[in-house]
Every structure is written in structure tokens, then in C-alpha cells.
Design a protein around this ligand. Structure first.
Ligand SMILES: NC(=O)c1ccc[n+]([C@@H]2O[C@H](COP(=O)([O-])OP(=O)(O)OC[C@H]3O[C@@H](n4cnc5c(N)ncnc54)[C@H](OP(=O)(O)O)[C@@H]3O)[C@@H](O)[C@H]2O)c1
Length: 385
């Protein structure tokens, strides 16, 4: 359903007639919602490109944006009493072209530059499923200049589509591997629960091509085993045939000389290993970590509640000072410069952002349905231009 709501945002300043006469007024259309009882809707507002930005800001005309589960998770958890009644935007990943630069912006950023990045916000009025994004490039990091993705002649996607498809998932995976454990080497062993997710796609490429990790075991559906083998996993076990713990336990005995893992990385929301964690994860004195990016339960994407989102189990996990293992919640940390690592890996051909599907802006609802299906293999990208 596409509903158009006009949001008047241009204010007329009677003391500044020149400003009012600007012929740079554009229509900015964005996908927004007010709370969890209002649907995601296209809203439109007028933006005067001659005056809509501060001296330390740039204006980016967005060409493509990628969706992430966090978009509809935050929407479903949005209560107007807590988060206000203003329109809140969707999406964080973007690619586009700079069309305005404030006079105090570093000259690294120029009009015409093609850029991409992750615009971090929680219930922000500005988001990336929008035709224009105004941001401060010194503060709203990560942002970078787009690089060309190595392609063959049959490649269906252009650089804007690829550029929008990776910052958040790549940044999450890189931060999990970079920020907690001090050393990785060819003897290191990692277990990935949820080997088919987009974050895990980045994780396996970074693990193998950047940190040179020796052994990575993945858990995925039995239908995805062949697909994931090609990504570089050393071993894959199904979650939908027998139990995960039994399947990984058997593999550990038969193929890993019964050695434990240096890290268990959960990219879907799982708690199966906690009762038997001593059998699977090395002691915490050996710099081992259990890292989740999705909590300890798999959400039902169609109906997410606060109770499910912040479960008692997760709270205890965070607060319990007597845990025998290092438990961490992983998220992208721009300070580790993952955006430049991503660019380097893309240029070298050691990571190519995975694309599941591409939708036109007006079909944003189909794009949301696709990611909510929980079957996407790669990113769901929305073309704005
Ligand atoms: N903390 C953070 O900063 C952060 C950042 C990014 C993402 N996340 C979270 O990380 C999770 C993954 O995000 P994503 O965008 O990478 O996911 P995604 O690409 O949408 O993942 C889809 C894949 O998940 C797999 N899957 C579905 N149910 C599964 C299950 N029960 N066990 C194992 N795999 C299952 C499916 O493959 P199969 O064929 O194998 O089932 C499917 O292809 C989400 O919960 C997201 O909210 C957190």
C-alpha cells in the first residue's frame, strides 16, 4: 500500500525574501511511521536545498538504501507515549551523491562525490529510505567514498546498489571479530550460529580473508548447506535435522579432535549452548567469547514484543557477574574503521556484498515483506533513483 502524506516542513521567513525565492525546492519522499499501530508509509515534504543544511553538514541525494531487521524491529516496538508522535524514518545503510556541502565541512567531501555509509539513528526523523539525507560527515560516521565493485559483464547490479548493501552488516561482523578477542590465527576455531545471514556472510569473508582464522563451523538450514560451503565455511551442520548441540558435538569429536571453540558467534538469537557451554567454548582465561548480535531468542519477525526483545535470560546474562564465560553483545563500532576495511576488501575482490533482491522505492512494502520472510540470502536493497 502506498499512501502519500504531505508534511509541510518549509517555513517562510518574511525577513529573508531571497531565501523564500529559492528555486532549489525539491520534494523529499521518505518511508516513515509514527508508532507500532501506524503502517510504514511514504510521506513527502518540501526541502529547500539552498538552506536546509548547517555549515558543518552535507546533503546527499540517496540512490539506494538497504533494509535491516532492526528497521521493522524498532517499528514494532515503537510506542508513541515513550517515543513521541513525530514521523520516524526507516533504514540506516545508504549510497548516493553529495549535492550540497556546508562551508565548514572538510574539503574531503565535495559536491558530486559518490558516497556510502551507515547513518546511525534510533527513531530518527532523518533516515536513509528517503530521497535526501542531511548529515554531518565529521559526526555521522561511518561514511566513505564509494569504490567500484569488481563485476563481470552479466552482473545485474550497479555500484550504488552494492554500496548500499554492506556497511551495517559488514561493520557488525568486523566489530565482532575485531573488538573482543585479541589474537586470531590459523589455529583459531569459531562456531557461527546462523551461517546464512548477511552478517554471517560478511563474517566468514572477514574471518578467512582478513583475520586468517583456521576453522569456521557454520549452523544453517540443510537447504542452505551447499550455498554456504562456497562462502568458505570449513564445516556446516543443519539446525533443522536433529539438534544443533548434538550435530556440533558430533562434528567436534569427528573433525576437530574434540577441541573447543575460541568464539561462538550467534547471528540469529539462540540459547541452546548455554547449559553445555563448558564442552564447546574454551575457558575465559584463554580469551574466548560468546558473542550474540540478536539476543538469546529467535524473534518472530511478524510480532516482536518488548518482553521477547529484552528477555529475562538476556538480562541475567548481562548482569550476572559470576558467569564462567565472556558474553558480549556485538554491534558495529565505527571507531575501528570497518568502513575502510570493507572498501579495501571489496577492491581486492575478497568480499562482494551479497544481494538478495532489489525493489523500486514505491515497492518498499514488498522489500519489507521479503526481509521479514526470514529467508533472504543477502541484502534487500531499495532503489531511490
Ligand atoms: N547487533 C547489531 O548491531 C546487529 C546488526 C545487524 C543485524 N543484527 C541482527 O542479526 C540478525 C541477522 O541479521 P541479518 O540481516 O544478517 O539476517 P538476514 O540476512 O535477514 O538472515 C536471513 C537468514 O537467516 C537464516 N535463518 C532463519 N531462521 C534461522 C534459524 N532459526 N537459525 C539459523 N538461521 C536462520 C535463513 O537461512 P537458513 O536457510 O540457514 O535458514 C535466512 O536466509 C537479525 O536478528 C538482526 O536483527 C544485529
Amino acid at each position: 500500500m502506498v499512501r502519500m502524506i504531505k508534511v509541510p516542513t518549509k517555513t517562510i521567513d518574511p525577513r529573508n525574501p531571497k531565501k523564500n525565492m529559492s528555486n532549489e525546492v525539491v520534494t523529499n519522499r521518505s518511508v516513515t511511521y509514527v508508532n507500532n499501530t501506524t503502517p510504514a508509509t511514504i510521506t513527502s515534504s518540501e526541502l529547500d536545498l539552498s538552506s536546509c543544511y548547517q555549515e558543518d553538514e552535507i546533503v546527499i541525494e540517496i540512490h539506494a538504501a538497504a533494509l535491516n531487521p532492526v528497521d521493522f524491529i524498532t517499528h514494532q516496538l515503537c510506542n508513541s507515549y515513550i517515543f513521541g508522535k513525530y514521523p520516524k524514518t526507516y533504514s540506516r545503510d545508504y549510497s548516493g551523491v553529495i549535492v550540497k556541502v556546508g562551508k565548514n565541512v572538510d574539503n574531503h567531501w565535495k559536491v558530486g562525490d559518490k558516497v556510502n555509509g551507515m547513518y546511525g539513528h534510533l527513531y530518527g526523523e532523518r533516515g536513509t529510505l528517503s530521497h535526501y539525507l542531511i548529515l554531518n560527515p565529521a559526526k555521522d560516521v561511518p561514511i566513505t567514498h564509494m569504490v567500484e565493485v569488481p563485476k563481470d559483464e552479466n552482473d545485474p547490479y550497479d555500484d550504488f546498489t552494492y554500496a548500499a548493501a554492506w556497511p551495517l552488516t559488514f561493520g557488525t561482523a568486523f566489530s565482532v571479530l575485531h573488538d573482543f578477542k585479541k589474537d586470531w590465527n590459523s589455529g583459531s576455531k569459531v562456531l557461527v550460529i546462523g551461517a546464512s545471514t548477511s552478517v554471517a556472510y560478511a563474517f566468514i569473508h572477514i574471518a578467512k580473508n582478513y583475520f586468517n582464522i583456521g576453522t569456521v563451523v557454520g549452523v544453517c538450514s540443510k537447504n542452505s548447506i551447499e550455498r554456504n560451503k562456497k562462502l568458505g565455511y570449513d564445516y556446516l551442520v543443519p539446525y533443522d535435522e536433529g539438534t544443533i548441540v548434538d550435530n556440533v558435538g558430533k562434528l567436534k569429536e569427528s573433525e576437530l579432535e574434540n577441541e573447543k571453540f575460541d568464539m561462538i558467534f550467534d547471528s540469529v538469537g539462540n540459547h541452546d549452548f548455554f547449559p553445555v557451554i563448558d564442552h564447546f567454548l574454551k575457558p575465559k582465561a584463554e580469551d574466548s567469547f560468546y558473542v550474540t548480535i540478536a539476543g538469546n531468542n529467535k524473534y518472530n519477525y511478524k510480532n516482536i514484543t518488548w518482553r521477547e526483545f529484552v528477555s529475562l535470560r538476556t538480562i541475567l546474562m548481562v548482569l550476572n557477574p559470576f558467569k564462567k564465560y565472556n558474553w558480549r553483545f556485538g554491534k558495529p563500532s565505527p571507531s575501528n574503521n570497518f568502513i575502510e576495511v570493507g572498501n579495501e576488501m571489496i577492491k581486492k575482490g575478497t568480499y562482494k556484498p551479497p544481494i538478495d533482491s532489489v525493489f523500486e522505492f514505491e515497492k518498499y512494502q514488498d522489500a519489507l515483506e521479503r526481509i521479514m520472510s526470514n529467508r533472504a540470502k543477502g541484502k534487500v536493497v531499495v532503489r531511490m533513483k
